[in-house]
Design a protein around this ligand. Structure first.
Ligand code: PLP
Length: 406
C-alpha cells in the first residue's frame, strides 16, 4: 500500500483500527489483566473525547493555563545566513507552560483520568521531563502522582526531581538493574498492575499499547492544527516542508497530523548520535527492524539476542530504541521521510538558533533545526516549518561543560 491509496478524509477515523493497528504496527501486547485495563481506557476515551464538556474544558485549559496558542516565529537571520532565499519558521512549543510540548498530552491524560474517577496517575521518567509535565497536570487537577525513576537518573537530574517534589508528586526510586529508564518502566508497569482500579498509567509519548499512541497523538495534534492555520495567515501559503525530531514521536505526530493531507513534504529527524554503529545512535526507524516491546509492535533497534538494543544520543529525550507505531506505518507507506542529525550538527544548530534568533532550543528540538538547515541548503526556494518542541534551559550547563562555548 502507498500513501496515495489512502482516503485521507477518513485517515484519522481508520488509523488506528479498533484494535489499535496502523497497518501491521501498534496493537496491545500486554497481560490479560492489563488488557482489561486498556479496554477500559479505550472505551472511556472514545466516549469522553467526543463530549462537548470535555472538549470545552480542554480548550479552556489550553488557553488559560498552558498559554496556547503558541506562536510561529519567522527565523529571519538564520534564513539569511543560509543565503539562498529559503525561509525557516519555528512553531514555539518552547513557550508552552513548563517549556515543552509534553504538557499537551499530560493535561489531556489527567483530565481523562479525572473524568474516569481515578485518584492517581502513574508514570516513569528518564530525564524527568515527562515526570515534571505529569506532576504539573496532577497538581492542576488535584490527583495523586507517582513517578518511577531510576536511582542513577535521580542523581543526574536533581533539578527535575526537585520540581516534581515541589509540585507534590511522589518520586519512587528504582534500584533494580542499571537503575535507569528501562527499570523505571518495568517498576511503573508493575505498580500499575496492582493499582489499575484507582490509577491510570500516563505514557509520555505515542508509544505503548493501544489506546496510548492514538490518544497521545490526538492530544498533541493541537500543534499541527494551530500551526497550519497560523502559517497560512502569516504567509498566505502552506510550508513546502515540515520538520520535527522523533524520539518516541509525540511532538512529531502532533505537528504532522496538521499536514498529512496537504502537498507538504514531511520529515521526522532521528538522532544519529556519534555515528552509524549500533549503540552509538538511536535512529530506530532508519536502522531498526520490526519487533514488539513495551506492549506494541513497531520498528526497533535490537541487539544480537533480539532484545531492545542499548542506544545513545546527546538528547536524553530521544534516547529510545523504538518509535511510535504510527511513525513506522507512515514510513512504510512513504508519507513521511525519516532522516538523521548527528550530535555535532545538533550542537551547532543549538548555538546558531541561540545566537542568530535569541531562542535557546532544547537539545532534542535542535536535531530538527540541524536537519532543516541541511534541507534548506539543498532547496533553491521555498519554506520550512520546524517544530521547536521545547526550550533549552535544561541543557545549557551540560552543553557548555561538554562542548564549550562555540
Ligand atoms: C521528550 C522530548 C522530546 C521527545 O519526545 P517525542 O515523544 O519524540 O516528542 C522532544 N523534545 C523535547 C523538548 C522533549 O522534552
Amino acid at each position: 500500500m502507498k500513501f496515495s491509496d489512502i482516503e485521507f478524509d477518513t485517515y484519522f477515523k481508520n488509523y488506528p483500527t479498533q484494535d489499535g493497528f496502523f497497518g501491521k504496527y501498534g496493537g496491545a501486547y500486554v497481560s490479560p489483566e492489563l488488557k482489561n485495563a486498556m479496554k477500559e481506557i479505550t472505551e472511556a476515551y472514545s466516549t469522553i473525547c467526543k463530549s462537548s464538556k470535555f472538549i470545552s474544558e480542554l480548550r479552556r485549559i489550553r488557553k488559560e493555563f498552558q498559554g496556547r496558542p503558541t506562536p510561529i516565529s519567522h527565523l529571519e537571520r538564520l534564513s539569511g545566513s543560509i543565503g539562498n532565499g529559503v525561509q525557516l519558521y519555528v512553531k514555539r512549543e518552547d513557550l508552552n507552560h513548563t517549556g515543552a510540548h509534553k504538557l499537551n498530552h499530560c493535561m489531556g491524560e489527567v483530565l481523562l483520568a479525572k473524568y474516569m474517577g481515578k485518584k492517581k496517575v502513574i508514570a516513569e521518567t528518564g530525564a524527568g521531563q515527562h515526570g515534571v509535565a505529569l506532576a504539573t497536570a496532577a497538581a492542576y487537577f488535584g490527583l495523586e502522582c507517582d513517578i518511577y525513576m531510576g536511582a542513577v537518573d535521580i542523581k543526574k537530574q536533581a533539578p527535575n526531581v526537585a520540581r516534581m517534589k515541589i509540585l507534590g508528586a511522589r518520586v519512587v526510586e528504582v534500584t533494580e538493574g542499571l537503575q535507569t529508564l528501562k527499570e523505571a518502566v518495568d517498576a511503573a508497569f508493575k505498580a500499575y498492575c496492582n493499582e489499575y482500579k484507582d490509577a491510570i498509567y500516563c505514557i509520555g509519548s505515542v508509544l505503548g499499547p493501544h489506546p496510548f499512541p492514538m490518544m497521545v497523538r490526538d492530544f498533541q495534534s493541537v500543534i499541527g492544527i494551530e500551526a497550519r492555520e497560523q502559517f497560512l495567515e502569516m504567509t498566505g501559503e502552506l510550508p513546502d516542508a515540515v520538520v520535527a525530531c522523533v524520539g518516541g514521536g509525540s511532538n512529531a505526530m502532533g505537528m504532522f497530523a496538521g499536514f498529512l493531507n496537504d502537498p507538504v513534504a514531511i520529515y521526522g529527524v532521528e538522532p544519529l548520535g556519534r555515528g552509524e554503529t549500533l549503540g552509538e545512535h538511536a535512529a530506530s526507524i532508519r536502522y531498526g527492524e520490526e519487533g514488539i516491546m513495551h506492549g506494541f509492535n513497531s520498528i526497533m533497534l535490537k541487539d544480537e539476542n533480539g532484545e531492545p538494543a542499548p542506544v545513545y544520543s546527546v538528547a536524553s529525550g530521544l534516547d529510545y530504541p523504538s518509535s511510535g507505531p504510527e511513525h513506522a506505518f507512515l514510513h512504510d507507506i512513504g508519507r513521511v521521510k525519516y532522516d538523521v542529525a548527528t550530535d555535532e550538527e545538533t550542537v551547532d544548530a543549538f548555538y546558531s538558533l541561540s545566537r542568530l534568533e535569541g531562542i535557546i532550543p532544547a537539545i532534542e528540538s535542535s536535531h530538527a533545526v540541524a536537519f532543516a538547515i541541511k534541507l534548506a541548503k539543498q532547496m533553491d526556494k521555498g519554506s520550512i516549518l520546524i517544530n521547536l518542541s521545547g526550550r533549552g534551559d535544561k541543557d545549557m550547563d551540560y552543553i557548555i561543560e561538554r562542548y564549550g562555548i562555540r
